[in-house]
Design a protein around this ligand. Structure first.
Ligand code: NAP
Length: 253
């Protein structure tokens, strides 16, 4: 039996970038806690559909490219078809571009800001409007980064976007907390996904990163699921505007 405060039965979660990595793991964790899942992305969702179904949770895939705002209204409408409303939005979709700041291009700046920050804001706006329409509130969870707290190197637009996302999380919490919407973020540490493949394949960077993580290991996508369930649940009803690190102790160092 699930602890009542963490039980998501009857809720519907819209998770962006849910075909792989952290987004997929969050979708599965929310399903395991009882939520129906709307998996949004630009790639096939078959694997996620199977994993969610293994927990007996309702599932729907919505195809959309969040590089522009064009799909936002359609996505919210299609997501609402699963159960009538979206109770939980997880803004997870994200990309990273690496280059020295001196060489960083406008294209790499815009691409990252558009997916990681602009789409997250306008999806949150659309979700909040719908959540407020029936006064039932909701939960919005943004997937931030250690680079919401730190500078990093060679990832100028990513650091700007993830630092912006932490700020946006605080702003939206301030505007919507009293209206029954909890807006919070999770800052994953170094997690083994496509996003970090280049780092793991570089022996020097890999060793340097591993050597600095107190837990002594890369995070796995499933490590992020519990924090998402918590922030999506009634257990987090009085939690607003935080960016919760799940980082193997990285920030403690
Ligand atoms: P990932 O495996 O590369 O997953 C990124 C997800 O975002 C994929 O589902 C991807 O879809 C989707 N996406 C990218 N651009 C999109 C677009 N234009 N429209 C719709 N979906 C799009 O990497 P991940 O590590 O799981 O990343 C998930 C989130 O965690 C990101 O926001 C990332 O910044 C953040 N994060 C990751 C780490 C880490 O160490 N891995 C640490 C901190 C934060 P496709 O498969 O179709 O590209």
């Amino acid at each position: 039996m699930r602890p009542a405060a963490f039980d998501l039965s009857g809720r519907t979660a819209l998770v962006t970038g849910a075909n792989t990595g952290i987004g997929q793991a969050i979708a599965v964790a929310l399903a395991e806690a009882g939520a129906g899942v709307v998996a949004l992305g630009r790639s096939g969702m078959d694997e996620t559909a199977e994993l969610v179904a293994s927990h007996g949770a309702p599932f729907r895939a919505v195809s959309a490219d969040l590089a522009t705002l064009e799909p936002v209204a359609r996505v919210m409408a299609e997501a609402a078809e699963l159960s009538g409303r979206v109770d939980i939005l997880v803004n997870n979709a994200g990309i990273i571009r690496r280059a020295d700041a001196l060489d960083f291009t406008e294209a790499d700046w815009d691409a990252v800001m558009d997916v990681n920050l602009k789409s997250a804001f306008f999806l949150s706006q659309a979700a909040a409007r719908a959540m407020l329409a029936d006064n039932a509130g909701g939960k919005i969870i943004n997937i931030a980064s250690l680079l919401s707290f730190q500078g990093g190197i060679r990832v100028a637009s990513y650091t700007a976007a993830k630092s912006g996302l932490a700020g946006l999380t605080r702003l939206l919490a301030c505007e919507w907390a009293a209206k029954g919407i909890n807006v919070n973020a999770i800052a994953p540490g170094y997690v083994a996904t496509n996003n970090t493949q280049a780092l793991r394949e570089d022996p020097n960077r890999n060793a340097a990163i591993l050597g600095r993580i107190p837990a002594g290991a890369w995070g796995q996508p499933a490590d992020i699921g519990g924090a998402a369930v918590f922030l999506a649940s009634r257990a987090a009803d009085y939690v607003h505007g935080i960016t919760l690190p799940v980082d193997g102790g990285w920030l403690a160092r």
